[in-house]
Design a protein around this ligand. Structure first.
Ligand code: APR
Length: 315
């Protein structure tokens, strides 16, 4: 039987996700949004792209969660996007309400789904979704690392004038300016990137990666990135629905790994039919470990602010 995917939020990220999911024929798609008419219109538009793409999936948009029933994967993109001058953390309270409300509704109809969070501030929103859903941690996974890594890979491929496919890289930590691009684990067709680029160039690319989202917000003015974020979320959906067991950097609940406890942070994981199937603990230098801890501390700060609400919601 065909798989079913719900995308919550029919905005830039949600609609792009739905289009990519349909193009890849990953399953039937339901797009939900609070706006009247918009999800229905975009759903119809996407459905009508399918004959051109040769994609045999159903696509529908709605305001009604009932139509999302029995989804295998739910991708949460609903919420505010940032504008120039805002950090992802500035979205905390507005998106807290959106994520907790939409997740509650979605899991009522799809109690066995795997949740993929995209809404920012990402790692904090994963905590909200974990509490609102009551799901085990292997079914609540945040999209951040693939996007951050994709930015890093794109800049490296550009600097070296090589295929993006040759660049293997990892970005750890929270999805914020304290993220940790791991240069030591970055290679070009197996060649350490440090053999090919000087430190100054690498430092510049690391810095640009850290602020890659903000760079786009500055140009767009009215919103934030969505082509790369949707591509990243769809890579996660594909790995899960096809049980590909890809190793990808995602935000997951750490319980002692990397010396971090009870916090969603981006680390390399295996994604398959069961959702999060394994967390990989890689060796870090003292400097990398300190950078990861600093990034985790930034996530912890947001979680601490939300704690009273999260506890009340759980109780
Ligand atoms: N229920 C359903 N949909 C909602 C709700 C809600 N309670 N609240 C807001 N939405 C919808 C909006 O109506 C809008 O269509 O979420 C959509 C958000 O779309 P955009 O404003 O285009 O934002 P987008 O660029 O898609 O970003 C969404 O993803 O990458 C993150 O930081 C980004 O948090 C932001 C999210």
């Amino acid at each position: 039987m065909r798989k079913k995917i719900t995308v919550i939020g029919a905005g830039n990220v949600g609609a792009s996700c739905a289009a990519r999911l349909a193009d890849k024929e990953l399953g039937d798609i339901v797009v939900v949004d609070i706006l009247e008419g918009v999800p229905t219109g975009k759903g119809l538009d996407l459905l009508q792209a399918c004959p051109v793409e040769g994609s045999d999936v159903k696509v529908a948009g709605t305001n009604d969660y009932e139509l999302t029933a029995n989804s295998d994967v739910v991708v949460v993109t609903a919420g505010l996007a940032r504008k120039p001058g805002m950090s992802r953390d500035d979205l905390l309270w507005a998106n807290y309400e959106v994520v907790s409300g939409t997740v509650r509704q979605a899991v009522k109809y799809s109690p066995d789904a795997i949740l993929i969070l995209v809404t920012n501030p990402l790692d904090a929103m994963c905590h909200v979704a974990l509490k609102a859903s009551g799901f085990p941690k292997h079914r609540v996974i945040g999209m951040a690392g693939i996007l951050d890594t994709a930015r890093f890979r794109a800049f490296l491929a550009q600097a070296l004038d090589v295929s993006v496919e040759n660049i293997v890289a990892f970005v750890l930590g929270g999805h914020g300016d304290t993220m940790v691009p791991l240069v030591r684990y970055t290679s070009v067709a197996g060649i350490p990137v440090t053999d090919l680029l000087d430190k100054e160039t690498l430092d510049r690319i690391v810095e640009r990666t850290r602020f890659g989202g903000g760079e786009i917000v500055k140009y767009l003015k009215t919103g934030s990135a969505y082509y790369a974020p949707s591509a990243a979320a769809v890579e996660m959906v594909e790995s899960i629905l096809k049980d590909k067991k890809k190793v990808l950097p995602c935000s997951v609940l750490l319980e002692g790994e990397y010396g971090i406890n009870g916090l969603f942070v981006g680390v390399p994981v295996k994604l398959g039919a069961n959702g999060l199937e394994k967390i990989y603990e890689i060796n870090l230098t003292a400097e990398e470990d300190a950078a990861l801890k600093k990034s985790a501390a930034a996530v912890q700060e947001l979680v601490d602010v939300m704690k009273p609400k999260l506890e009340a919601a759980a109780g």
